[in-house]
Design a protein around this ligand. Structure first.
Ligand code: GTP
Ligand code: ZN
Length: 293
């Protein structure tokens, strides 16, 4: 049997990349009986059919370490969270929601501020400071800056990465800068894909010539905080967790309680005001939703 990764799945046909070539596969009936549906991103073992060396059967599916829903993809490793330094201005609330989504889905987040040719060093430092003490990786890219593209390539190399972020921040441009023939490969279907991609359930990951795969997923932006409890929210803010031991109340929500050390950490600049105010907004959203139900 040969190892491979499912890179595309349409109507029960799966395209498996073995590293050497692409094999069109069907799944063994066994999976249907067990109610397992192969997913794009699945690591599989396949058997080539005797009649045709370009066709095969999926015999085994390796255990998944995660699974995202929209689009359905298994084993994604990183979430690239794209925003522009400006034009459009970044929404830090949406950015935080994407960080939480990454955490929930077991993806390593990488914050990527694109169009950095439009920002000076002061602006970049300001953006970096927002994520002080979070431990999150923050990078700056520009399609006009070859060095920044090389750095991004190192991050993407040999991993399955999901691109997320709002429209207009430059995700497609960066994909094309990372691999110029993306444009050609996706070009023919891109118009149709663009119109349909918010509703389409067909998922596909794109192979990088230097190793690794990427997928663009606008669906990830429309993320809801459903399922997170009010006391759980702070678990998704590493810098709050870092300083929250000194808080006199073990169950402090760091919102309206008096003498909260987290508020001191904010005044001291150890936690950014932007992040803290987003935390409180999300907390209020969660509390409001709780009252409705
Ligand atoms: N100055 C500057 N402009 C950029 C950069 N990257 C992209 N742009 C411009 O930003 C606009 C949007 O770029 P796209 O690549 O289409 O953005 P997108 O995130 O893929 O948008 P959707 O496809 O709608 O999700 C285009 O006019 C690009 O030329 C950059 O690094 N610097
Ligand atoms: Zn507190």
């Amino acid at each position: 049997m040969i190892d491979g990764i499912i890179i595309r799945g349409v109507g029960g046909n799966y395209c498996v990349d073995t590293g050497e070539k692409l094999i069109e596969c069907r799944a063994r009936g066994l999976f249907r009986i067990k109610n397992i549906k192969p997913l794009v991103g699945d690591r599989v073992k396949i058997r080539i059919t005797e009649e045709d060396e370009n066709n095969g059967y999926i015999e085994e599916i390796e255990e998944r370490f995660n699974e995202i829903k929209r689009p359905p993809i298994a084993n994604a490793e990183q979430l690239l969270i794209f925003f522009a330094v400006t034009n459009p201005e970044p929404s830090f609330l949406l950015l935080d929601k994407l960080l939480i989504a990454a955490e929930i889905n077991n993806l390593k987040p990488v914050i990527c501020f694109n169009k950095c040719d439009l920002a000076d060093d002061e602006k970049k430092t300001e953006l970096e400071q927002i994520f002080i003490n979070t431990g999150y990786k923050v990078i700056f890219t520009s399609k006009k800056d070859e060095k920044s593209i090389e750095k991004l390539k190192e991050i993407l190399k040999d991993k399955l990465s999901v691109f997320s972020g709002p429209s207009g921040v430059g995700k497609s441009s960066i994909m094309n800068a990372v691999q110029p023939d993306f444009h050609l490969k996706t070009g023919e279907i891109s118009d149709k894909l663009k119109r349909g991609r918010h509703t389409t359930r067909h998922a596909e990951i794109y192979k990088l010539s230097f190793g690794g795969y990427v997928v663009d997923t606008p669906g990830f932006s429309s993320f809801e905080l459903s399922g997170i409890g009010e006391y759980e929210l702070k678990e998704y803010y590493p810098e709050i967790k870092k300083f929250d031991e000194g808080c006199r109340f073990a169950d402090c929500l760091h919102n309206k309680e008096p003498n909260c050390v987290i508020k001191d950490s904010v005044s001291e600049g150890k936690i950014s005001e932007t992040r803290f105010s987003n935390y409180r907004r999300l907390l209020e959203e969660i509390q409001k939703a709780k009252k409705i139900y």
